[in-house]
Structures are given as structure tokens and as C-alpha cells.
Design a protein around this ligand. Structure first.
Ligand code: FES
Ligand code: FES
Length: 156
């Protein structure tokens, strides 16, 4: 079947099998490989993207379900001038950037978390990121980064 998905503002159209997962569509058809497959059983969060503004685990969504929708991946967060998104800046400043495997999904989940709750407590950040696993258990700086991003957006 043919699907067309607007990915980071640009339409991507491709013939896919009915069972093609959105994460594979993003990696293979759109050529955006920052969205990772860690488990493909909805456990790790490495594949987190925004689908029509809501965070989803893209290993749990069929490409066909995203037909006609807008998807944002971590590659689409920076501004057109290359300026990093406030969440990316906060991850860098607070040393929340860890391995390339978990980080893109963490950042996308964090962006979604602040959209839903712009002023979370530390506890709310920890529970909001529960679906994103870092195998190194290095969550502390990630939580600090999300709280810093919330504060930086407060001052905008
Ligand atoms: S690859 Fe999607 S949750 Fe792990
Ligand atoms: S830093 Fe990526 S899995 Fe731990």
C-alpha cells in the first residue's frame, strides 16, 4: 500500500507492506536513522517520536496508521537555522546526552512531557520518562535536563 507521511515538515511517500512499522518507515523510507529500535515490544522507548504532536513508540504504530499524519523525529527538533531546541540545549548543558541509542527517544519523550505538563515536579519527570529505558541507569542528569528545560521555557 502507498502511504504519505509528513516527516519533519516534508512529505515522504512510499509503498510499504501492511505490517511495516512506523519506525522502519522512518529509518528506511525517510532515511532518518536517529529513531532506534531497541526492543520492538513497546518496552524501551528508543523509538519515541511525535505523531500529530503526541509522543508514541513508533515500533507500536503501523506506517499505514500514520498515513496523512505529521511525524516529528529528533532530527526535526532544531530550528531551520540549526539552533537546537531548548530541550536539546538543556540535555547538553546538564550532561543528559548519553548514548546515541536511548537519547533521541528520551529527548522526544521529554519534549512531549513538557507539552503536557510545562512545570513538572522531579517526581513527575521521573514518572513521565518511565517508558524510556537507559540500560546504564543514568537517569539523574536526564531528569535535571528536563527540569532545566522547563525552567528555561518559563523565562522565555
Ligand atoms: S523499540 Fe519501540 S519501545 Fe523499544
Ligand atoms: S546511555 Fe543510552 S542506554 Fe544508557
Amino acid at each position: 500500500m502507498k502511504v504519505t507521511v509528513t516527516v519533519n515538515g516534508s512529505p515522504v511517500a512510499a509503498e510499504v507492506a501492511d505490517r511495516t512499522l512506523l519506525v522502519h518507515f522512518l529509518r528506511e523510507q525517510a532515511g532518518l536513522t536517529a529513531t532506534n529500535v531497541g526492543c520492538d515490544t513497546t518496552s524501551c522507548g528508543a523509538c519515541t517520536v511525535l505523531l500529530d504532536g503526541q509522543s508514541v513508540k513508533s515500533c507500536t504504530v503501523l506506517a499505514a496508521q500514520a498515513d496523512g499524519c505529521e511525524v516529528t523525529t529528533v532530527e526535526g527538533l532544531a530550528g531551520s537555522d540549526g539552533e537546537m531546541h531548548p530541550m536539546q540545549q538543556a540535555f547538553r548543558a546538564e550532561h543528559g546526552l548519553q548514548c546515541g541509542f536511548c537519547t533521541p527517544g528520551m529527548v522526544m519523550a521529554a519534549v512531549s512531557l513538557l507539552k503536557e505538563n510545562p512545570h513538572p515536579t522531579e517526581e513527575q519527570v521521573r514518572s513521565g520518562l518511565e517508558g524510556n529505558i537507559c540500560r546504564c541507569t543514568g537517569y539523574h542528569n536526564i531528569v535535571r535536563a528536563v527540569l532545566a528545560a522547563a525552567n528555561s521555557e518559563e523565562t522565555r
